[in-house]
Every structure is written in structure tokens, then in C-alpha cells.
Ligand binder design. Structure first.
Ligand code: G3H
Ligand code: 13P
Ligand code: ZN
Length: 309
């Protein structure tokens, strides 16, 4: 019980055809909202910290908040570094008690990505920590991407086996058409499921990871805009596509943007409806509830991991 790696979570998720949610955390209210939902839903949980979150909140605060969440709820939580850029940040997180790190070497050439990932894996495994790596480039908005572009940026299935075997990484983030942020597709949303199936066939029982997996629900975009926001034409990954991916070897689904939208929509509304409010608890409290509702929805209706802890 307590801080755990994702190994058991992924094994059960793979066998059960569901995914574990990996939610980005930046402050206390975000952590509390996520954890309360996971506790009520009895769901496995990964909390992930980006470099930006480390700079914003100070890593010690975030780690201590996650420890507090474990103490208060008794949940098993995997504490994960999101998009570690180099060996040093991974080492720092491993040394300070993270149970999982991502080394994102996707910007490097194939062999360099393998070498960097292997270096992190060797250090992490010596310390009982698991490693996620990334192969393929998560691009910006997909704009009627050509087959040639797709082949050069999306994960190559044959390279995926070589990468996993040579680097020893415990899970692999793949690119099949998702991207970070609120603007993922200009036209119809499309994920390359054929490619996913090939990767899964070549790497059976191996946990894959989907980044950029927010669905950017229209109601939250509209709510933000109704209360003074300006978020035009956002477009996320449809929820049915995520459910399909979760049944095809994707064991970890990363969600950040949808949490941002939910919290911001709620706080914008509070300010417009209550111009006299100036106690931060009056807006951060509802913001935390909005995070909780969003995470509960993901767990129940998208990830399929209710009662799987
Ligand atoms: O993949 C990126 C996550 O959404 C974290 O974003 O770098 O702004 O904290 P951030
Ligand atoms: P979204 O921007 O789609 O929420 O993706 C978050 C993510 O991949 C974090 O690593
Ligand atoms: Zn990501």
C-alpha cells in the first residue's frame, strides 16, 4: 500500500482491456480532486508531474502532497515524471522517491533515443523504479496529414520492438495521431488503429501509452467561452476512440488539458456569477469539484477502470 510502480496496474489493465488514467498535477486542489474521484471509484491511479509543474509548484511540495493523498485515502498511487527531458531530471526524480519516470527521447534519432532510454532504465531499475519511453513524434494539429508524413512521425511498429528490446523500457508511448493541448485535429478526428494493432501484435502483453488523450468536451469549451474565455474551435480525441485504444494494448492514457478546461470553466463561471468573491476558497473549492467530476467521468466512461484497484 502506498507509493507503487505501475507494473501491477498495467498487467491488470492489459488483461482486463481497460486503461489507467495518468493525470497531470500542479497544485493541491488538482491533486485532491483527482484523488477523491479515484477513491470513490476505487480506481488505480497515476499522478504525473511535468517539468513545468516542478517549476511552478516546487517538486518537494508536489511529492509531499501526493504522500498526503496516500496517507489520507490509503490508495496505491504511482507518482510519475511526465516528459523527462534528460538523464539528470529522471535521476533527480528517482532519487527523490518517484516510482516511475518518463524519459522522452523522441526528439533524438532512433539509436540515440535507445541509448538515452537504456541509461535511464539501468539507473531506474537499480532503484526499483519503472521507465516509460517514447518513440515517434507527437506533432501539433493534424492537418490532413499525408501518408509519408504519417510514416515519418508516427511510431514504426518494427522499430517499436527493437526499441523495447534494446532499451528495456517498461512501457512505450506511441504516436498514432494524438497530440497535446486543446487543438488536436483540424478536420475529422482520426487515429491510426491499424498501426496500433500492428504494434500490439508485435509486442504482445506489453503496455503502451497514449499521450495527448484529452477529449476537449465542447460543453467545457463553451462554458469557458460563455464566461469570457476565448478558446475557438477546439477539437479533442473522441471518447469512443480512447475506449477502443484501451482494449488494444493501451494501458495508460494521459489527461491534462481536460482537467485545465474543467477547472477554468468552473472558476470563470464563479467569478462572473459572484463578482463579490475574493476568498480563494470560494473559487478553488468549486474548481476542485470540477476536477473531481471530470476525473470520475474519465474513470467510469472512458478508461473503464472503476473498481479495478
Ligand atoms: O504533456 C504535457 C502536459 O500537458 C504538461 O504540460 O508542460 O504545461 O505542465 P506542462
Ligand atoms: P492532453 O494535452 O491531451 O491532456 O495530453 C496530456 C499529456 O499527454 C501529458 O503528458
Ligand atoms: Zn504528454
Amino acid at each position: 500500500m502506498g507509493l507503487v510502480t505501475s507494473t501491477e496496474m498495467f498487467k491488470k489493465a492489459y488483461e482486463g482491456g481497460y486503461a489507467v488514467g495518468a493525470f497531470n498535477v500542479n497544485n493541491m486542489e488538482i491533486i485532491q480532486g483527482i484523488v477523491e474521484a479515484a477513491e470513490e471509484e476505487q480506481a488505480p491511479l497515476i499522478l504525473q508531474v511535468s517539468s513545468g509543474a516542478r517549476k511552478y509548484a516546487n517538486p518537494v511540495y508536489l511529492r509531499k502532497l501526493v504522500e498526503a493523498a496516500i496517507e489520507v485515502t490509503g490508495l496505491d498511487i504511482c507518482l510519475h515524471l511526465d516528459h523527462g527531458d534528460d538523464f539528470d531530471i529522471c535521476k533527480t526524480c528517482i532519487d527523490s522517491g518517484f516510482s516511475s519516470v518518463m524519459i522522452d527521447g523522441s526528439k533524438h534519432p532512433f539509436k540515440e533515443n535507445i541509448a538515452l532510454t537504456k541509461r535511464v532504465v539501468d539507473y531506474a531499475h537499480d532503484h526499483g523504479v519503472v521507465v516509460e519511453a517514447e518513440l515517434g513524434k507527437l506533432s501539433g494539429i493534424e492537418d490532413a496529414i499525408s501518408v509519408a508524413d504519417r510514416d515519418s512521425t508516427f511510431t514504426d511498429p518494427d522499430e517499436a520492438i527493437e526499441f523495447v528490446e534494446s532499451s528495456g523500457c517498461d512501457s512505450l508511448a506511441i504516436t498514432i495521431g494524438t497530440s497535446h493541448g486543446a487543438f488536436k485535429f483540424k478536420g475529422e478526428p482520426h487515429l491510426d488503429f491499424e498501426r496500433l494493432d500492428k504494434i500490439t501484435a508485435l509486442l504482445p502483453n506489453y503496455p503502451l501509452v497514449l499521450h495527448g488523450a484529452s477529449s476537449v468536451p465542447k460543453e467545457f469549451v463553451n462554458l469557458c467561452n460563455q464566461y469570457g474565455g476565448q478558446i475557438p474551435g477546439a477539437q479533442g480525441v473522441p471518447e469512443d476512440m480512447l475506449r477502443k485504444a484501451a482494449k488494444s494494448g493501451v494501458c495508460k492514457i494521459n489527461i491534462d488539458t481536460d482537467l485545465r478546461l474543467a477547472m477554468t470553466a468552473s472558476i470563470r463561471r464563479i467569478f462572473v456569477e459572484n463578482p463579490g468573491y475574493f476568498d480563494p476558497r470560494q473559487y478553488l473549492g468549486p474548481g476542485r469539484l470540477a476536477i473531481k467530476a471530470m476525473v470520475a467521468h474519465k474513470i467510469k466512461n472512458v478508461l473503464g477502470c472503476s473498481n479495478k484497484r
